[in-house]
Design a protein around this ligand. Structure first.
Ligand code: GLN
Length: 194
């Protein structure tokens, strides 16, 4: 299966490595025509304002919006911000998902942290998943067609899904645990059937 990783800025190489370990055929996407034949696209972590500006500069903003109407798209951290309809500030967004995010929501002192949590929808569901947050966003509102997928013990939402669209506040690409990437490949597989 051919999966793209948006490669304008951020930790796209780590996503590429995770996907290749699972046997996917990975394309680094920097041009609109590179979206052709892909079953899914990952938007990496990085700096969402920068990636948004580059999406416009590389004429990828509308192309990725159209891609996301029928194909699987997963945003991690900065990528999750780009998936949102609103971030409460003026920055370019793909606006693909019915979610609102709050950037850098964990404050300066603890803007990076790690936590082990059970993630029952992964295959296999055990053991707990090691979640890595690096100045990550909180998904502050989930409405319309989007569903909350995972929350911290205090109830703050850190993952949401809308059909084959996925947003996570954390970075599965920075662990050796491939279960989130497998989850996304399953979404991409079902999307390519439609
Ligand atoms: N704080 C970054 C932003 O707002 C996201 C950080 C990340 O992707 N690790 O874009």
């Amino acid at each position: 299966m051919k999966i793209g990783v948006l490669a304008l800025q951020g930790d796209f190489r780590e996503h590429r490595i995770s996907l290749e370990k699972l046997g996917a055929d990975v394309t680094e996407v920097r041009l609109p025509q590179q979206l052709q034949d892909l079953s899914g696209l990952i938007l990496p972590g990085g700096e969402s304002t920068t990636i948004g500006k580059l999406l416009i500069a590389y004429e990828l903003m509308d192309a990725v919006r159209v891609f996301g109407q029928t194909k699987a798209v997963w945003g991690t951290c900065a990528g999750a911000i780009l998936m949102a309809k609103s971030v409460g500030a003026n920055q370019p967004l793909l606006e693909l998902m019915d979610i609102t995010v709050q950037r850098n929501a964990f404050g300066r002192q603890i803007d990076s942290f790690e936590i082990n949590l059970p993630v029952p929808f992964l295959t296999p569901p055990e053991p707990d998943y090691h979640l890595t947050f690096i100045r990550g966003p909180i998904i502050s509102e989930v409405y319309g067609n989007a569903q909350p997928l995972l929350s911290l013990p205090d109830g703050r939402i850190i993952a949401a899904q809308q059909g084959k669209l996925l947003a996570t506040s954390f970075h599965p690409e920075l662990t050796d645990d491939l279960r989130f990437h497998s989850y996304f490949l399953e979404l991409a597989k079902s999307a390519s059937v439609n």
